[in-house]
Design a protein around this ligand. Sequence first.
Ligand SMILES: N[C@@H](CCC(=O)N[C@@H](CS)C(=O)NCC(=O)O)C(=O)O
Length: 202
Amino acid sequence: MKLIGLFDSPYVRRVAVSMRLQGFAFEHVALSVFRHQDQMRKINPLVKAPMLVLDSGEKLIESSFILDYLDGEAAAGKRLIPAEGAARTQIQQHCAIALIAAEKAVQIVYDTKQRPVELSYAPWVARCTEQMHQAFAMLDAQPVSQVLSGGPINQADITSVVALGFARHVHPAQFPIGRYPRLEQLSSCCEALPAFLETPLE
Ligand SMILES: N[C@@H](CCC(=O)N[C@@H](CS)C(=O)NCC(=O)O)C(=O)O
């Protein structure tokens, strides 16, 4: 399989970390949706990342759908979201909050760095910033992850940690140490795992 996109994308990184945790081998094709647009367009005319190209040649897009496919293919006990039941819904909703945190962090970058400064719209940036912090506050208020007591990691853990890592990287002033203490603790624990270390954000 080939995973297209850079690990500085929280969406690409969550897929790569998940694949490593699940034991899927993949070739990483490090193309940027901005700096390698022409090459990217040839593989994915939508110019979005991530894309997972299966060995059959089939191309999958949207990180959540890619991860759902991988969960279906994973070895027994390696699913990151349960196939059914209340835990599935709970982990999916936890992931949804983390994805909103990441999405808002990305939107602030696009609004402040992907367009001329005079075209940036301060009220929109302020709205995204408030939404991003609301999402991180909600993640910080989630029940303590079982990862911290040596339990199995799930997709909500991965996506929350990847979202925080990305947001801290692109908006460092917004994330003084201690702002989201429980999430920071989860992040320190997960970022030390081989699957995360082998998938550096930069
Ligand atoms: N909902 C999508 C979001 C993917 C996404 O927006 N990726 C960014 C990179 S961080 C991208 O492709 N940006 C280029 C664009 O939106 O044109 C997913 O989860 O895969």
